[in-house]
Design a protein around this ligand. Sequence first.
Ligand SMILES: NC(=O)c1ccc[n+]([C@@H]2O[C@H](COP(=O)([O-])OP(=O)(O)OC[C@H]3O[C@@H](n4cnc5c(N)ncnc54)[C@H](O)[C@@H]3O)[C@@H](O)[C@H]2O)c1
Length: 259
Amino acid sequence: MHPPGTNPFLFSGKVALVTGGTSGIGKAIVAAMAKTGALVVYSGRRAELGEDQAKSLRSEGLRVEYVQSDVTDEAAVKALIKQTVERHGRIDFVINNAGLEADPHPVYDIKLEDFQQVINVNLTGTFLMMKHAIPAMRAGGGGAIVNIASILGEVAMPNLAPYVAAKHAVIGLTKSTSLEEAGHKIRVNAVAPGAVNTDMLWRTMHDSEEAFEHIKTLHPMGRVAEPEDIAEAALWLCSEASAFVTGQVINVDGGYTAQ
Ligand SMILES: NC(=O)c1ccc[n+]([C@@H]2O[C@H](COP(=O)([O-])OP(=O)(O)OC[C@H]3O[C@@H](n4cnc5c(N)ncnc54)[C@H](O)[C@@H]3O)[C@@H](O)[C@H]2O)c1
């Protein structure tokens, strides 16, 4: 619980790390988090895009820093965390957002390397970030980790097995880690979005407006999420407003999984 009369969404003095922060949901989380007063370090692989975005956010008075880092590269993950602690003294929040969709194929038709790539980015990347951030977070007295899973971490869809498997595993990893860290003041939760209006969704729909209209109808609220809908949930899970919430999956899906 946050002290009565205080705003739990003021994060001045806090340091947040966001992976895959150059587009879609990650980009919305970086902006929303920085607007709370936190200093936000975000990673991604596209250096020019990352730097341009940082310049634009800094021109709005926000405190952000881009670091080129691939979540599947352990040395790069270690360097990202080391550099963040050296420059800013601490890590309070980690939002593991970097993710990769699967090309639609039935299991018998999936190449091993394609399966492994989807597992590597979504699952191994989340594992590596937590493995290396947790000691720094413990040293700083605790914090919160938010893993961006998916409703496909709870229910399945045909022809997307690597993604469905990876997101189910992210939820297992989240719950398991939450138990390990519960006594160390680090809360670990997941957000499970329904379809979100990002490049990833449009890639999976092959830019089809017709598919977009159909996907909207699958969500009882009659629309898909905007990246900001997911950012709000991530902020709540980092804030003291969710001080007794750990090991949970928050569905932000307009009712999809209630059906
Ligand atoms: N868009 C949706 O409908 C939807 C639904 C549920 C969950 N999600 C999840 O939300 C997260 C964000 O997805 P999005 O929709 O914003 O997609 P996106 O493709 O716009 O963003 C994904 C980001 O991750 C980055 N990334 C990919 N591989 C990386 C790597 N190896 N290292 C570092 N960064 C890497 C990409 O460059 C990109 O910036 C993902 O985990 C995704 O699985 C998306």
